[in-house]
Design a binder for this molecule. Structure first.
Ligand code: ADP
Ligand code: MG
Length: 708
């Protein structure tokens, strides 16, 4: 909903510009050659209006501009040639098919164009026509092309479409061929391009040295050179990104400047007490993050701040300090974590840090008995709890707070933006902190997270030991077990991660159980081996974790349940099996479980990389421990689709820009959008009228990100 308001404040009433009325918004049906069948097929390509055709960008280009003479043709190459049709020959083949061939010559020689089973081709040409042919050159007694692309020149200086130029290639669908699509685009450009209106402010076009929109739209389809194509693309990508950024920035400004929130008292006693009583000195990065949070919380505008810091960088204490600020003013806090283990760990930590000062902390998990749950809910609703820690159980309908002032969401990439929004609605615009250990590459920070303020904790607490990573080849697995054995004998503890593809897969689970059992009897005989997986009951799991923490269990075989948040400093050896099944970010998270104490730590990664992608992932893990580099690599390996392909982010689809490859343009767009909205917060100046229209049009019906 918030976006609607954001947009409403952007709306132009009684505007002083002319509504365009040029048929661009009309259905493609009005175009020649588009009947019901093609209408349907075009829709499949996302084309419904005349304008959609202009914005249906080529998927790639073919350079058919280099026209050769017949004598220059090289057998085996794809070439373009120009000549005159001499002899036409159409006949049945011995096998009952049809063959049409024609001889084409220039003053250097003769070649043949051949079509099989397309008898209608013979009616397209006549002797004396000048034709351009494009296709692979074959030797078949003489030189020929089978089924070439062709174009018949009428003698005027008409525009070539399919040959003799840089030719656009579109993503197509069955029933619509390239030739037809290309002609459709050409005729639409001819008939309707003039109806397109510039929407960028003139000063911006000039400042960035951009070509006009009309030129760019024509050149992106039928460029005269690859430089022109690039220039056109850059202009159109900037358009797309600028609209995107204008929407994001407008939303962010609206939240920051226009929405009332809570002005917390940041000079309270509890906060000071907690700060003084910490058993360690905060790192500089932690102190910076807390300062930023304090400033935000003191403002009477809602905070939406992303705190990102490596695994182990100490985000929890930062969250605890924010909770203390909320408590100082008598507000409740909610702390949401993605797994029960992590939630209960946060519960313990907060209890430890804040409980002493009188904070009443509640743990709300999914599997409470109805009675206990009821009691907990009542306590929360009546204000008898200061802090509520939980999983997504926190955002169930029946959870009500008496005065929620702060929501902390840990490891937020696991939660959708929608959940973020639900939590926020449980209070009168509480401040929101989202914490993640997965560093956010710049490009995502500008887009999917583009409306958040960011604090980075880029420093680990002192005294962390060195962590070494080894890739274990298949033949060396038993040595990895021997290594674990040796380290455990020397007093260390270890994780063996055995991933399940699906936590619900019985066979896989059986394999994990059997492995734990076998290790205990064989490779790790005499050592206490524990097992933890997601299908165990909560109590049972908590019990295993407790024993591992106490050192009663030395080696913990785990499915991915420990992926996030477990903190056992004595565990400093890890073997990850079937590592090829994990994504990079996940592997990095897993590895972050060890190396939390001051001694050395070892991570062994065992996997059979069968795909190129898996190989690249393992290599990246071997090469770097820097979460930032890993996140960027992850993004490059998987492509932005994983982040940007989902609807969850709530941003408009992109047609031409690539948020990874075109990052530099995104930066420019962000800067320009900020400048525009700074000077004209509601885009009400005449020169911004059309931009505003575009933003409203593109963001229509997409609120997810924008209402979080
Ligand atoms: P994460 O950022 O991964 O959530 P945690 O908050 O769990 O990290 O902190 C990891 C460990 O580091 C905890 O045991 C915590 O007590 C400890 N820690 C946090 N900050 C500091 C600090 N400034 N100095 C020393 N230890 C710290
Ligand atoms: Mg954490």
């Amino acid at each position: 909903m918030a976006l609607i308001f954001a947009l409403r404040s952007l709306r132009l009433c009684g505007s002083n510009y002319e509504i365009m009325d040029d048929g661009l918004k009309e259905s493609v049906q009005v175009l020649k050659g588009v009947g019901p069948r093609r209408l349907r097929l075009l829709k499949r390509l996302g084309i419904e209006t005349v304008e959609d055709i202009l914005y249906f960008f080529p998927r790639r280009y073919e350079d058919r501009s280099c026209i050769k003479t017949v004598s220059q043709l090289r057998v085996g190459d794809v070439e373009t040639v120009c000549g005159e049709v001499r002899i036409l020959d159409s006949r049945r083949t011995r096998k009952g098919g049809h063959l049409f061939q024609m001889a084409v010559s220039d003053n250097t020689g003769v070649m043949y164009a051949v079509w099989f089973n397309q008898p209608y081709m013979k009616d397209r040409f006549k002797a004396g026509d000048t034709v351009i042919l494009h296709g692979r050159v074959r030797a078949h007694g003489h030189i020929q092309m089978v089924g070439p692309e062709y174009e018949i020149l009428s003698g005027g200086d008409e525009d070539l479409l399919h040959t003799g130029r840089i030719v656009p290639v579109y993503s197509s669908t069955e029933g619509l061929n390239q030739r037809w699509l290309r002609s459709l685009v050409r005729s639409t450009l001819d008939g309707h391009l003039n109806g397109v209106e510039e929407f960028l402010p003139g000063s911006l076009i000039e400042g960035l040295g951009l070509p006009s929109l009309l030129w760019a739209l024509a050149a992106v389809h039928f460029p005269d050179s690859f430089e022109d194509m690039e220039k056109a693309r850059r202009r159109l990508i900037l358009d797309e990104f600028l609209i995107l950024q204008a929407g994001i920035v407008a939303r962010k400004r609206k939240m920051k400047l226009g929405t009332p929130g809570i002005a917390h008292d940041t000079g309270g006693e509890l906060f000071k007490k907690l700060l003084r009583g910490l058993p360690f000195d905060l790192t500089g990065a932690q102190r910076r993050a807390i300062e930023e949070i304090k400033t935000d919380m003191a403002r009477e505008r809602p905070m939406t701040r992303l705190v990102h810091g490596e695994v182990g960088s100490g985000k929890t204490v930062v969250a605890a300090l924010a909770v203390a600020i909320a408590m100082d003013g008598g507000y409740q806090s909610a702390v949401m974590a993605p797994t029960e283990i992590l939630a209960s760990q946060h519960y313990q930590t907060l209890q430890l840090l804040l409980g002493a000062a009188g904070a009443r902390v509640e743990l709300l998990l999914g599997d409470l008995t109805p009675r206990r749950r009821r009691a907990a809910l009542d306590a929360i609703a009546s204000g008898a709890r200061d802090v509520v820690v939980g999983t997504h159980a926190l955002i169930q309908e029946d959870v009500n707070f008496s005065n929620l002032g702060l929501a902390v969401i840990d490891e937020q990439h696991r939660f959708g933006v929608a959940q973020r929004a639900v939590l926020r609605r449980k209070g009168p615009m509480p401040d929101v902190i989202v914490m993640t250990a997965t560093p956010i590459p710049r490009t995502l920070a500008l887009t999917v997270y583009g409306d958040l303020d960011v604090s980075v904790i880029d420093e680990l607490p002192p005294g962390r030991g060195r962590l070494t990573t080894h890739i274990v080849p298949p033949s060396k697995l038993c040595q990895a077990y021997a290594f674990i054995r040796e380290k455990v004998m020397a007093g260390n503890q270890a994780y063996i991660i055995y991933p399940l593809v699906e936590e619900s897969d019985k066979l896989e689970l059986k394999a994990a159980v059997e492995m734990a059992d076998r290790l205990g009897r064989r490779e790790l005989a005499g050592i206490s081996v524990g097992l933890i997986h997601g299908r165990m009951g909560w109590d049972e799991r908590a019990d295993v974790m407790r024993r591992f923490k106490k050192g009663q269990i030395k080696v913990l075989v785990a499915t991915t349940v420990i992926e996030v948040g477990i903190d056992v400093p004595a565990a400093n050896v890890m073997l990850i099996e079937h590592a090829e099944r994990f994504g990079l970010a996940q592997l990095h998270q897993l590895r972050g479980r060890i190396g939390r104490g001051s001694g050395r730590a070892w991570c062994m990664i065992y996997g059979e990389a069968k795909t190129d992608e898996a190989r690249r992932r393992l290599k990246a893990m071997d090469e770097t421990g820097d979460g930032f580099v890993i996140a960027q690599k992850d993004l490059e390996i998987r492509g932005p689709g994983e982040f940007f392909g989902t609807r969850q982010h709530g941003l408009p689809d992109l047609k031409i820009g690539d948020i990874v490859a075109d990052l530099a343009i995104m930066e420019t767009a962000r800067k320009e959008a900020e400048a525009i909205l700074e000077a004209d917060p509601s885009l009400s100046l005449p020169e911004h009228a059309r931009l505003k229209e575009k933003v409203i049009e593109r963001f229509k019906g997409r609120f997810a990100l924008l209402s979080a």
